[in-house]
Design a protein around this ligand. Structure first.
Ligand code: C2O
Ligand code: CU
Ligand code: CU
Length: 488
């Protein structure tokens, strides 16, 4: 029985078990870490994306149908510079609607690429993006209401880097693809080496997970890095999986940036949590030349629901089969002997909003609505925020442009990565007490279950089109755990 096999432990047996009757897939061979092509918007202050469908062979000779930007899976790393007005051209070559959301970019609502900026099949969208924020690692991805989870799962995501003079003056590793690596981490489910999209009730409730981790679209990836300080820009581009990341040899690393950009000070860590939609920039010292691996603990978020006896076969499969190795590193002597750059202790200065200036409090509760889902509740139920499933035609909150507010956000049943468009916020309290070490920095996505107070200043207008706030478990978002607000 497959389940008992998996309960037995080793993650890698999952694929072996389901491909028993077909030729075995070689899980031992490593794939060199792909580095997404760099699409530097700087020269002409413009870039173009073609949204397209194609096939990708994650395993040799086993093509899967996938989606991508300017390629068959994922997209190029777009780099923009603070101060520029960047002209984007996005053409939809799919036969379905799509959108491109610039997650973390601080721009007005009508440029945001959320559910209201639909790009019809064959159509082209030309937003001009004013880049007015500090250097940061952002991402872009599809955000069509009801299709976000499937389109992202199929490949519609990429990294978006903002750079500026301050960041470049710090002397951080910045050779793209060499000592400055974007790492898009995703879990995917394969059957006989082909990508499959798990579905059903459990997927709707706990999010779509897979038993295989991909980095930049590669299974079993191996990164050859120079034996010096290397900057990793981690992007959780998974639909639902939360990673608890550390190194196999327990080495510590420097945490230097969050969703909103660089931290004020470097933080030494041995492990970091990364929820869907979140980013973290790390500096890792490979000067000792020793190979190591970025590993993750199993994601316990889904099994919180398992305790209720609702766990289906697919759920137990993906939990038990949580893979542990994310990415292997092999340091190589770097060509020209270059001394390891020093880690600057002061990274960025920023003025946080003043909590005493907050003019309003709002409360958001991310509901799992179990009663409603099970058919015993009154009215609706299901996945909502404050009891209301997402409605494109309803503005849930109206915020005053330029104002500061405190939003208290909490979630039912499991941890939810809450994302708010058009802002970066600070965590004031968690569970009524001090925030966690990992809560610091300017954020745009934060894990909640216990109530978390967010201090937010609303500097971007959203008049003709609203901003979204939602759970970044994409199946929760698609199934109603999203609301929208205007800023005027
Ligand atoms: Cu990354 Cu509203 O999404
Ligand atoms: Cu966003
Ligand atoms: Cu959620």
């Amino acid at each position: 029985d497959r389940r008992s096999l998996l309960a037995g432990g080793a993650a890698l047996f999952a694929t072996a078990a389901c491909s028993r009757s077909t030729p075995a897939i070689d899980r031992g061979g490593a794939n060199p870490l792909p580095v997404p092509p760099l699409l530097d918007a700087q020269p002409g202050r413009s870039f173009a994306l073609q949204v397209q469908s194609g096939t990708t062979s994650f395993y040799p000779g086993r093509p899967s149908d996938t989606l991508g930007y300017n390629g068959s899976y994922l997209g190029p790393t777009i780099r923009v510079r603070r101060g520029d007005d960047v002209a984007a051209t996005v053409t939809n070559g799919l036969d379905a609607d799509t959108t491109v959301h610039w997650h973390g970019l601080l721009i007005p609502g009508e440029l945001d690429g959320g559910p209201h900026q639909i790009i019809a099949p064959g159509a082209t969208w030309r937003p001009t993006l004013p880049i007015r924020q500090p250097a940061a690692t952002l991402l872009y991805h599809s955000h069509v209401h009801g299709l976000t989870a499937e389109q992202v799962y199929s490949g519609l995501a990429g990294a978006l880097l903002v750079t500026d003079d301050e960041e470049q003056g710090l002397g951080l590793p910045s050779e793209y693809g060499v000592d400055d690596l974007p790492l898009l981490i995703q879990d995917r489910q394969f059957e006989n080496g082909r990508l499959v999209m798990p579905g059903g009730m459990m997927v709707a409730m706990q999010g779509r997970r897979g038993d295989t981790i991909l980095v930049n679209g590669a299974v079993n990836p191996l990164a050859a890095v120079p034996n010096r300080l290397v900057r990793l820009r981690l992007v959780n581009a998974s639909n639902a999986r939360i990673y608890e990341l550390s190194f196999s040899d327990q080495r510590s690393f420097h945490w230097i940036g969050t969703e909103g950009g660089l931290l004020e000070r470097v933080v030494a860590l041995a492990a970091i949590t990364l929820a869907p939609g979140q980013r973290a920039e790390l500096l890792v010292d490979f000067t000792d030349g020793r190979p190591t691996s970025l590993v993750t603990a199993a994601d316990t978020n889904a099994s919180m629901m398992g305790g209720m006896g609702m766990m289906g076969r697919s759920a137990s499969r993906t939990d038990a089969a949580a893979p542990s190795t994310v990415l292997r590193f092999e340091p190589r002597p770097s060509g020209q002997a270059r001394a390891s750059a020093a880690v600057p202790s002061l990274l960025a200065s920023r003025t946080r909003p003043d909590a005493s200036k907050a003019v309003r409090r709002r409360s958001l509760i991310l509901n799992m609505g179990m009663g409603g889902m099970m058919g015993s509740g009154s009215g609706g139920g299901g996945l909502t925020i404050n009891g209301k499933p997402f409605d494109m035609n309803r503005i849930d909150e109206a915020v005053k442009l330029g104002s500061t507010e405190i939003w208290e956000v909490s979630g039912e049943m499991m941890r939810h990565p809450v994302h708010i468009h058009g802002v970066h916020f600070d965590v004031l309290t968690r569970g009524g007490g001090q925030p966690d070490v990992l809560d610091q920095g300017p954020r745009d996505t934060i894990l909640v279950k216990e109530p978390v107070e967010l201090l937010i200043r609303f500097d971007q207008p959203a008049k003709s089109a609203p901003f979204m706030y939602h759970c970044h478990i994409l199946e929760h978002e698609d199934n109603g755990m999203m609301g929208q607000f205007s800023v005027a």
